[in-house]
Design a protein around this ligand. Structure first.
Ligand SMILES: [Zn+2]
Length: 106
């Protein structure tokens, strides 16, 4: 059965037995490793990082998927900047200091 890899979105042939057995499906072993790697940074430090740069950049920095970061944020109930905040910062309509103050981050 042709399905999309949960990591890179490439379509690949997945056997029906694997399809039933696992919740996530990957086209290759390296996608599986990247997607399922343990991501356990220091929570306080990572909370601070969330107000330093956008999640897409953090994903590159930590070499993990954005999905993994979202999962970590939800699991640890971290506070993240409001939607669209980074666009405002890049457009110089908001500073990181104001962003932190908004969410009571020190
Ligand atoms: Zn893949």
């Amino acid at each position: 059965m042709i399905i999309k890899c949960d990591h890179c979105n490439i379509e690949f042939n997945c056997s029906p037995s694997n399809l039933d057995r696992y919740r996530n499906h990957y086209c290759c072993i390296s996608c599986k490793h990247i997607a399922e790697q343990q991501f356990c940074p220091n929570i306080l430090e990572f909370q601070r990082k969330l107000f330093e740069k956008p999640i897409t950049e953090l994903a590159l920095e930590y070499d993990i998927s954005v999905k993994t970061i979202h999962k970590f944020i939800n699991q640890n109930k971290l506070i993240r900047p409001a939607r669209g905040s980074w666009q405002k910062i890049f457009a110089n309509k908001l500073t990181i200091e104001e962003l932190k103050k908004e969410k009571h981050i020190t």
